[in-house]
Structure formats: C-alpha cells, structure tokens
Ligand binder design. Sequence first.
Ligand code: CP
Length: 329
Amino acid sequence: MNSLKRKDLLDIQSLSIEEILLICRSAKYFKDIFTRSVKSVPILRGKTVCTLFYEPSTRTRLSFELAAKRLSADLINFSVSTSSVVKGESLIDTVHTLEAMKVDYIVMRHAASMAPHFLSRNINASVINAGDGFHAHPTQALLDAYSIMEHLGRLEAGTLEGLSIGIIGDIKHSRVARSDIEIFKRLGAAVTLCGPPTLVPDTFALYDVDISYNLDDLLPDLDVVNLLRIQKERQKGSLLPSLREYHRQFALTVERFRACHDDVIVMHPGPVNRGIEIDDAVMNSPKAIINEQVTNGVAVRMALFYLLAGGAPLEEMNEEQRGTIENSN
Ligand code: CP
C-alpha cells in the first residue's frame, strides 16, 4: 500500500487493518523526530490546517496543533465562543467559509455524532474526526493501540492477540470506548467492559465483548487496564448513586492495583478525575503510561497528516530516503 487512499479519517470502522498498522508504524518514525533538537520537518509546508472545535479539549486540540506545527503547516483555529456561531452562523455556512479560504485539513470536534461525516461530504478539504458525540474518537483509538503495541514491543508484529484489555468506567457516554473496542478487537485482543450497569448497558455485548460488573474479579486477568473518565457533564438522571460510591466499586485504588499482575499497563485517555477513576499513587506508577499516551498522540497525528497528504510508507524506506522525505515538501 502506498499511502492512505482516503480523503478523511472519520472512524475506525472504515480503516482496514493494513491502514491501522500503516499509521501506527509511521508514527514510530515521527516519534523519533521528538528526540532531536529541531523537532519540526517541512512535510506540510504551504498546507493549512484548521482545528474546528465545538466542544472543549486540551489534549486532542493541542496534540493536533503541535503535530501540524511540527510538520510546518500553517495553522488556524476556530473556537465557538469567539466565532460567529454565537451570532447564529450555521455549520454549513462555517464550512463554506473554510472552503473559500482553501483550508487543506479540518480537524473537527462536535457534540453531535456524525457532524464530521456531514462536513466531509460538503468540503474538499480532508476532514479528521477529533471526537463526535458518543460516536467515535478515532485518533484516540489509534494512539491507544499504538501505545500498547509500542510498550509491549508488538509494533512490528502488528497485533494485540493474546492480550486481555479491560475498559472501565462510563462506557455508555464514551466515544473513546466505542473506537477503542473497535481497534482492540480488530487487532486481536479480548476486550471486557466494566462499570456499573447504568453506565455499561448489556447492549454493548453486540460489540462481541465481555461485560463485567465486578472490577475486583476482573483485574487479576487484565494485561491492560484502560480507565475512562466519568463524564459528569453527560450524566442525565441518576445513573450513579454518587461519585464516592463509584470510587468505592470501580476506581483503580492502590489496594486494587496490588491485585493486578506485574506487567500490567494502566491507561487513561484523559482528562482524569483524580480520586474518582484512579488514585494519585497509581497514576504516578511507572506502569501507568498516561503521559506516554499523550506523547504518542502527537506522533500518531503527525503520521496521519503525512499519510493523508499522500506520504509513502516510511517503514519501507532506508534512512537516506526518509531524510529526503523529511526535508522535502
Ligand atoms: N482524550 C481527549 O480527548 O482529551 P481532550 O478532551 O482533552 O481532548
């Protein structure tokens, strides 16, 4: 495969395994660039990236912006509170405005599921989904899969086979869970969802995953503990008795962490509710790779921009050829 043969990245479902591995293996080369004193390459010089965020974000937005800057793209960002959306401008008119400005890449986060799909049908620019409603967060899933494979030395093999991955917490409201389930299953892992029944509806069994309502029973079997944020802003009605009760039953506390096996990896997409999903001491453990996930996110997003721009697989090149790619635009 020469590059990603697609205009957009909207979800994990539409990616082939080969494309998932192409992105992950390319990310490794971009991560190596971070160790240099000059961390930017001119691959996207002359291209324009717009981050179009209708919902708050720290990691995803900064990560895409840093990835674009490290590839030498021109970057513009749009935030709802300072835009004409507050004067009533519609999404389609915002899209037409960006089209008229000849933006090349739009990175979109929106509270409505499928908003990036709508955008992609109405604009020539490449659209990257940075999280839409409860539906999908494909670059988070890619960076999570990359982080596990890299940490366990599985990038070359390109598989998660034989691993038991638990996704714990507010599954119901989580676009990260839906995209992670898809990518982990596609790469061969066994996935178990865990949390209170109100936040882990049994309809999720349709995704061919196991469901557990008892974290203490589950933990000793897990190779990867992937904790999710309790999305306080999306809780309608009384889905949780209290955050204290949630912590009592489902937090990765120091005591529970002791029940995990020695090589376990602890992950969290962030932002973390410290003391609710995870105790401080566990976050500080070397087995928690939460900050590594953030670093990897920049590399994965650089790889994605590079491949959407038609870049050839870096893993098939020698060092001289890679040097030429890095220094050309
Ligand atoms: N992981 C993630 O999507 O975090 P942000 O909401 O801060 O972007």
